[in-house]
Design a protein around this ligand. Structure first.
Ligand code: UT7
Length: 336
């Protein structure tokens, strides 16, 4: 049994902050941010939440797929920035949509999250447990951003992207190849990118100390990153895992139309292209407009490419994610 992406959607908050706005908060400049990251502006939530953006992206994906709500039997939300702890964001999305037949759960794997949500949905569909899945990456990273830290606040943005996957019918199955994904994790290197839970009071009252609001929202409760370590990890591991997924599935680079990479930094995308010996035209980017939206970046880009006609039936695409954990992975998609 194989499955196909048959619809995409995204939601981007309308409020923007450009690099000049950031330069009013921390010591940086538009020139530095553009040169070192490629980011020009990012969209930031105002009235939106991670759940409301996820639900809107999902509605758009369902409309694109022509899928009925009753058809959806699995909803996965990949997020590290949900506005709800309980119930999970996927159940909240189910409630907003009224997709009553779905099994819903969240997945937390940061910037590799959408690739892992895709793989998880594929496994459910391939095993026959489900027939139609809604997978969503949604992030309000601005809530986890330390706006006093120039090492991180220049990079991140908010948004959501979604895709509908349907199990192929038996006759399509015979024609379509089943591509296996490749994913990796290295928890031992997790210190490179961390963010303490707002609900983690460990260490605060251990010594009989009173808990104060200042302690609870100290810097560790925002994203903290060793930028260079993450950069080096990405430029080594992403080409490697793309090579692995191509070899595993016996696909050659010249068969790939596009590499849809997590949108973290323009220089990372360029380095991956160079290491693979592939032209930059195969590496679409939208990070200049949205910054790094973690698990939302791949589905937002996929949706833009779907809607502007860049994606054509039969094309093979590679999706590759990487980030906190550390986690990284790649999957091959054949466009519908
Ligand atoms: O989603 C996955 C997770 N994240 C990533 O993939 C991010 C990966 N890392 C990066 O994108 C880059 O490491 C950053 C954009 C975060 C930083 O760029 P960099 O080229 O690695 O800069 P750096 O940390 O090596 O700093 C170079 C210089 C330093 O000054 P000195 O010591 O050379 O005088 C920094 O103090 O640039 C300085 N600097 C800045 N200057 C202006 C660092 N941040 C800034 C800033 N504005 N925002």
């Amino acid at each position: 049994m194989t499955a196909t992406i048959c619809g995409t959607g995204s939601y981007i908050p309308s409020y923007t902050m450009d690099n000049h706005d950031i330069a009013r908060l921390v010591e940086t400049s538009d020139e530095w941010i553009r040169e070192r990251t490629g980011v020009i502006r990012r969209h930031i939530v105002r009235d939106e939440t991670t759940v409301s953006m996820a639900a809107e992206a999902a509605r758009r994906a369902l409309a694109d797929a022509g899928a009925a709500l009753e058809e959806i039997d699995l909803i996965l939300v990949s997020t590290i920035s949900s506005n709800v702890v309980l119930p999970c964001a996927a159940c909240e999305v189910q409630k907003e949509l009224g997709a009553v037949n779905a099994t819903c759960f969240d997945l937390s794997a940061a910037c590799t999250g959408f690739v892992l949500a895709y793989n998880t949905a594929l496994a459910y569909l391939a095993s026959g447990v489900c027939r139609t899945a809604l997978i969503i990456g949604s992030e309000s990273l601005s809530n986890l951003t330390n706006w006093k830290d120039r090492g991180t606040c220049i990079l991140f943005g908010d948004g959501a992207g979604a895709a509908v996957l349907r199990a192929d019918a038996a006759e399509e199955d015979r024609l379509r190849k089943h591509y296996l994904p490749v994913t990796h994790s290295d928890g031992g290197k997790g210190a490179a990118l961390t963010c303490k839970s707002r609900h983690d009071f460990s260490g605060l009252n251990g010594g009989g100390k009173e808990i104060s609001p200042e302690d609870i929202l100290d810097d560790a409760h925002y994203m903290q990153m060793d930028g260079q370590a993450v950069f080096k990890f990405a430029v080594k591991r992403v080409p490697e895992v793309i090579g692995e997924v191509l070899e595993l599935n016996q696909v050659k680079t010249d068969e790939i139309s596009y590499y849809i990479l997590h949108q973290a930094n323009k220089r990372i995308v360029e380095a991956v292209a160079k290491r693979l010996g592939e032209p930059m035209e195969k590496f679409p980017m939208n990070l200049q407009e949205y910054g790094n939206t973690s698990s939302a970046s791949i589905p937002i880009l996929l949706d833009e490419m779907n809607r502007d006609g860049r994606l054509k039936p039969g094309q093979k695409l590679v999706m590759a994610g990487f980030g906190a954990g550390l986690t990284w992975g790649a999957a091959i998609i054949e466009w519908r």
